[in-house]
Ligand binder design. Structure first.
Ligand code: TXA
Ligand code: MG
Length: 339
């Protein structure tokens, strides 16, 4: 049975005991909720893949609570890695580094590198510390589904598959960490996320970004880059290059005329145009506040999933700063893209 408990000190130590005993605990981080297991216990790690329905070819991120744990997991910690860790940790940046023999191959999908991050959330940090071991944690959703930003989202996907869910309220950032591969030169962003490329480049100079497009059979350096991911169960149509919102409004009007019910995710400034024609509207935040939009995006997708709609329509956002992560997730969640 799965229970949701508030993140009190007592419940955090109860959760830590479950982790030490090889169980699964979902917990809040600043990005999304994670599905945690003892990173050094292969039997516990196997449960993560089973609970999510995730292929074992998709490697996991290891969460630590202090920089001291880095040497146990990474065989080389370059000056560059240290600079990034000191600048951005705790925070939504994951560093891919050469691994030590202590890291089970289930974590790394057999790769020679391991992904590590130190999250910026008091509950996550207290839990890792109390467990006394690094915690492997993917996002706590069923494989391919939208990532969870509340304890209830986790419950909706994983009830009966996780021993305990620690409730820490809605997550602050709302999209996952940026994954930065430091085993290539120059460093390469494998996944856009909470720390924008621009901020990383201010610290270490220019980085590469892994191209989105690839042949489906190609072996992927980061399988989280699978094209179809983060998707709601309701089909999502994404509108690109539609600055005036005319194409989206036309689409919604035409579909509504056909008797379809359409949910619209939209910036605050445009909400009234869609409310005026009777759509279900989720306001994402103001156009000039992409951080607010990022924090709402997954909640919006899941909110519409509960409303038996025929489709969701959403605007793309400009791919700069945190907008790169939003753009990336919307593209991969979308069933169709209209340019
Ligand atoms: O914000 C986050 O990163 C959240 C919270 C829970 O920390 N976690 C998360 O985990 O998003 P997950 O499993 O959903 O995504 C992990 C990503 C995947 O894209 C995976 O392919 C990549 O990290 N990854 C993990 N290890 C890797 C490695 N050794 N080399 C390249 N990519 C790796
Ligand atoms: Mg995920």
């Amino acid at each position: 049975m799965t229970i949701i408990l508030p993140s009190t000190p007592e419940n955090i130590s109860r959760a830590a005991n479950i982790l030490r005993d090889g169980g699964l605990v979902a917990f809040p981080t600043e990005t999304v909720y994670g599905l945690g297991a003892d990173a050094l216990n292969p039997a516990a790690l196997a449960k993560i893949f089973q609970a999510k329905g995730r292929p074992t070819a998709d490697p996991l991120i290891v969460h630590i609570h202090t920089l001291n744990d880095l040497n146990q997991l990474a065989s080389q910690v370059s000056d560059l890695a240290l600079t990034l860790a000191e600048t951005f940790w705790p925070g939504p940046l994951t560093l891919v580094l050469p691994k030590t023999a202590a890291v089970p191959s289930l974590i790394t999908a057999g790769l020679g590198s391991v992904a590590i991050r130190l999250p910026d959330h008091p509950v996550a940090l207290a839990l890792i510390k109390a467990a006394g071991t690094p915690i492997a944690a993917p996002s706590a959703n069923l494989f391919g589904h939208t990532s969870p930003t509340t304890a209830q989202h986790v419950y909706n996907d994983l009830a009966g598959r996780v021993d305990l869910i620690l409730d820490g309220g809605p997550t602050r950032v709302g999209v996952e960490s940026t994954v930065l591969d430091l085993t290539s030169t120059p460093p390469r962003i494998l996944r856009h996320g909470g720390i924008p490329r621009e901020r990383i480049e201010q610290v270490i100079g220019s980085v590469d970004v892994m191209a989105r497009d690839y042949a489906p059979t190609e072996s992927l350096p980061s399988p989280g880059l699978l094209a179809k991911h983060y998707a709601p169960y309701t089909p999502l149509t994404l509108f690109k290059n539609d600055l005036l919102g005319t194409k989206m409004l036309d689409f919604v009007q035409a579909e509504t005329a056909l008797g379809k019910s359409i949910g619209v995710m939209v910036i605050d400034e445009e909400a009234h145009r869609f409310e005026a024609i009777g759509c279900q509207v989720y306001r994402l935040g103001q156009a000039n506040n992409p951080a607010a939009i990022a924090s709402h995006i997954y909640n919006a997708l899941r909110w519409f999933d509960g409303r038996s709609l025929d489709a969701i329509a959403c605007h793309d956002v400009s791919p700069s700063g945190i907008g790169s992560a939003i753009h990336d997730r919307l593209l991969r969640a979308a069933t169709s893209v209209i340019e």
